[in-house]
Design a protein around this ligand. Sequence first.
Ligand SMILES: [Zn+2]
Length: 829
Amino acid sequence: MKKLFVFFLFLSISISAQKVDLSYYLPKNVTYDKSIPTPKEIVGHEVGEWHITHDKLVTYMKALAVSSDRISIETRGTTYEGRPVLLLTITSPENHKNLEKIRQVHMDATDDNSLDVSNNPIVVYQGFSIHGNEPSGSNAALAVAYYLAAADNIDDLLNNTVILFDPSFNPDGLQRFAYWANTNKSKNINPDPNDREYHEVWPRGRTNHYQFDMNRDWLPVQLPESKARIASFHKWLPNILTDHHEMGSNSSFFFQPGIPSRTNPLTPQMNQDLTKEIATYHAKALDKIGSLYYSEESFDDFYYGKGSTFPDINGGIGILFEQASSRGHAQETVNGVLTFPFTIRNQFTAALSTLEAAKGMRVKILKYQQDFYKESRNAAGNKAIVFGDEKDGAKSYHLAEVLKRHQVKIHEIKSDFTSNGKNFKKGFSYVVPMNQKNQLLVKAMFDVRTQFKDSLFYDVSAWTFNHAFGVDYAENISLAKVGKEITDLKMNTGGVSSKSDYGYLMSWNEYYTPKALNAFLQKGLRAKVSMKNFKNGGTSYEYGTIFIPVQNQKLNASDLYQFLNKVAAESHVKITGVSTGLNDGIDLGSNNFSAIKKPKVAMLVGSGIVSYDSGEIWHLFDQRFDMHLTRLDMSYFARVDLSAYTHIIIPSSNIDKASIARLRTWVKNGGVLVGYKNTAKWLASNKMISLEFDIPKIDTIQNISFESKSLNTGAQYIGGAIFEADLDRSHPINFGYKNDKIALFRNSTLFIKADKKSYNNPIKYTSNPLLSGYISKENAKVIKNTVPFKVQKSGRGKVIVFTDNTNFRAFWFGTNKLLMNTIFFGDKM
Ligand SMILES: [Zn+2]
């Protein structure tokens, strides 16, 4: 056994703020097993000396698992960039031998309130740096894992705890940030906040590969990292889950509870009480090392898509930690020079105080979880919810898939039925009985809320899944309508009904039709779109139906059939071979079938462009529809020949004036420009499109003190809410939608006045549009009857704007088609 001694932190910055060894982090008076390698022995540097890269982190965690019988390791999946999503299970060697039994006993207790939990270990899930550029978490994970593997005095802790240890929630983001911080490190660490080291380039390490904030994906579970993590979560139902973050450099250290008035009403009060009791352990530990901290004044537990809130609707307790960020290796702040090792030490300390709390409050917290599920069972009721879309199987399938990831039981419907004016068709609908274990989680997913205790939100105020997926939905369905349980969820198969020598029709309703159409066009095939409804061979076809003639194609009739079949199968769409061009309504040779041009789409990215918004669009094209999207960085945009592109998308942005002339010329020559959110303002002020904005009137402010000033201005912000609009389905922007209403997600306060000509308002907010979420009364007055979409001709091209986000966080399947319609039919609008 080797004894480590506390090392004094060098205060002189000119020498180095980083000269600390492992003992700086570790508790005093503990001996460590010498057979366990220290991080330095494996990765070649001290914790905090350099920013750990993900590959080195993996190497160290694997080395620990090999050398310690307290640790087992598994790879649960891979990120978009192919990095392993690791999980370490840390507990006593004895517990390791009976791990599956321990897990079973733990899970059984949540199903049977009579079982005695007092001898069960508590399950703690510790996760680090879901935002990759908040690195003190993952860097602390090196020291925490070492401590748990090597400390000689923690048998009692390990006997009573199963630790699910997730050293990097966001491997791709951590790697990107470590590269930045290390690349810019000087030998003489320069704490000047203006130094390049503290200013990452676009896209920053916060997000994953497609620039998603993964700490919003715990409920929608659309990203590979989340899929792996949520599977572990439901496998174990941890009692405590911690989420280690960083915040602004001039802060101190935050631990939950957050702002009490902003706790989601579905979360039991006891959850917050226990959080507060756990907090006393953090306070004590941080007092001991002299670190400043605070709680209850910021952050909240409202949106269940965050890591520290998600456990709260699953019988657990989620805890958020926020450490002031040194961002690089040391930075001057209002609290003096903040060194990277100091930030790591606070995270390390909070990780250990969490385990201390888990040990101290074990039985109480286990009992809380057991009671949570008992109460959930008692409140379940004997009804079901149903959702589906009789013309779009894929959207409904993807929503069912989310429920499956959350271990929610879903069933087929017994037979077709109508409820709430909507048809639910077998094979296109799913029913969820509410008398099941995770019914509270289901309630949280479909929650509709328009009244709130507080008017400020850390994140979105609504996420209602049936609106997000754009599916028909009904509640209070009789259990008599519930068919057999779906254990093997599958997407509907696609294909071509029969070979034709005349032509093929594909209705535009299915989610993946853009993927199929794009494949046809890229192959060089000719396709047309119907501008009117018609009937062929007794079947009704709506606006937007795609027609592929057989004659005069690059492929002969039989190759064409083969190719369409392959594409239809890959895209899960149905294509019908027809034998006649004579229709009820427009015939197939009519000019009302308009030729579709092969798109070549570019998107502006880089500094000045909102990276979340551009990442969502990139992901949509690349991952969902297998479509090329050329990303043009603002740094070389001026040098690119734009004439090759049919479409340019500008996500929400503040781009420079110099670009305007080029874009104007390009549009006049036939380009279709699609701008989102702030870009609408920019295009209007540069006279690329004429828009009239409606601005809410804020009355004279009375009775608001200086202290409450920020609360008042914040209340005018739309952090994210859901609004209803009327659709003119004959307009190409709405092709493929079967209902006359649509739910839109908006997080902006741009309100465009409707045009005087009704046909220029194909999407228009209703007179009472709020479906779910928070909006101030001033904004609520203004939004009614305004328009979230506008298109205007300019020369031979078009300028199109959306004030709402049609691609939000990869789970707003319901409005993805709006963007696709601008790509394939933009020239027809
Ligand atoms: Zn964060």
